[in-house]
Design a binder for this molecule. Sequence first.
Ligand code: SF4
Length: 303
Amino acid sequence: MAAELTPQRVGAIRRRLLDWYDAHQQPFPWRTSQDPWAALVAAVCAQQTQMPRVLELWERWMAAFPTPADAARASDAEALRVWGRGGYPKRALYLRRAAEVCLTRYGGAVPDSETELLELAGVGPFTAAIVLAFGFGIDSAAVDTNVVRLFGRLVLGDLQPARESSAGEIQRIAERLMPRGEALRWNPAVMDFGSAVCKPRPRCGECPLARLCQARPRFAAGERAEPVRAQARFEGSQRQLRGMLMRMLREGDDSADRAGLIERGTGESGRPGREVETALEGLIQDQLAHCVGGRIWLGASEC
Ligand code: SF4
């Protein structure tokens, strides 16, 4: 059953979460620099990626492209090489294209309105909220999977909110709970708390919100949160083949002979040539590579 968010309850939740954050905060550079480009890069890096890898990826990208103008002037191939083994490489192309728009439409700056941010490649509501909060200090509630889990349990009493709670309701709760003028502390507080304490298997025994939590009695009675979905196997997957081909292209010279690439991929992966060819076609369709005169190049065709 949902809890009523009275001013008293809201105040108690805010205090406890901010106190927890003050004791556990992780000083990632994009959280404190108030640099909208740094925030945008961090939010894109964080999509489908665990936090320890986000920092490494973010540092590599920001060292190569410290401003939108730097990324806008790079080629797809350069962006993909910098992205390296960061996974889901389309994000490198999205960032580069977003940077081009920042340069051509906003004089090299990242825009400070949600509407304009949502028009940039690869930017959804979560990324836009992160840029507004960390880049501009604007009150904006960023809702990722950790926040959905935390607020769905805390306020609605759902055990597995990603499956049970309404996205619109979670967004309304996130906006109601966020203390005005505290976006810079509040957003990382709720994201980190969801990740560290209100985990898929929650650590209710050490949770400072336990007395306020609608899901706590259900967990205490022995109910369990079933996993939303099992992680798809990477070994033997199409994703693995694509990653291998991307690595070969990144590590090669400017281009690779198509037939030679397929032959090498078949030899290294031990998978049938037609599977390797299908993976390569997928990369071309996704504009991560293109073919000219029987040679494969990184990135989308320039023409
Ligand atoms: S009491 Fe348990 S379920 Fe509720 S917020 Fe804390 S960790 Fe999450």
